[in-house]
Write a protein that binds this ligand. Sequence first.
Ligand code: HSE
Length: 328
Amino acid sequence: MEKYHGKDLCKACTREAFYLSPTEVINVIKVVSPATSANLGSGFDVFGLALSSPADEMRFREIEDGVRIKVRGYPVPESSEENIAGYVASRVLSAKGVEAGVEISINKKIRPKSGLGSSAASAVGAAYGVNELFNLEMSREEILHFALMGEKYFSGAEHADNIAACLYGGFTCVSYYPLKVLSITPPEFLEYAVLLPEVEVETRSARAMLPEKVPLASHVRNLANAAFLVAGMLRGDGNAIRTGIRDEIITPLRKNYIPHFEELSSAAIKAGALGFAISGSGPACIALCDSSKIAGEGMAGVLSEVYQKHGLECTTYAGKVGVGCSVK
Ligand code: HSE
């Protein structure tokens, strides 16, 4: 956290201020908001995993009024109502009656339309940062609520899987109406490798292709897998995770827009991955690994080799499961 103090007390909060210079009061907070991988196969709209990289960096500064957005890194809109962070920050400021504004400088390191929770990182980061900046003392549930408003407005659907993992870190399960989050610390051995192809997928269109109804038998098998995944995370049981990540409802429909999905999946499993899944709505894919068998970094090498062989470009990320949004 970084703080500057000017001549007056911060208008909207009770943080102490000192007479350091005859300038305006400048209160600054820096927040790191992680990428996340949603669904993990069987848990469509329910499971989320925080990644240790990439992560957005967001700097919040109190201004006279309104919401001002500055962006570097991956380009996203700077108009506050077209930027999800700006949208969420505005909602928090007005709901909480804050009599000041905020400037949010975003270093966007999570590529939009990647399947790595780029919009969730902005939405959670905004609610979290404004809460910190103005000492609003919101609970995590409230922060989640504001972030979900943003996610719903921009993706057209109320899915809280990415935002829950982004806020809580680790492995999360959400239940809806009312929204509840179960936060689970994954086993120490768990690492991931993500491959991000040079393809863009809009969550809204990746959802539009999904069926309204699913066969009961598919639902039963996916439900069983989801139960195994949760149990595997809780017990530190790699075999249960291996069973649990499988999905026969969403993946068969979405895998077609991920170049060489089947080949990536086979290479990952052959090299010892516990499982392979589309990350969120894609195009990123994630392999979960038991690091005592193969580390995330090694698995990232296996995945990128598949793309190299086909002359395709990609970005990989690997590491341990990440922590939630935090003040830097
Ligand atoms: N659960 C959402 C979906 C995640 O798969 O559409 C979007 O990243």
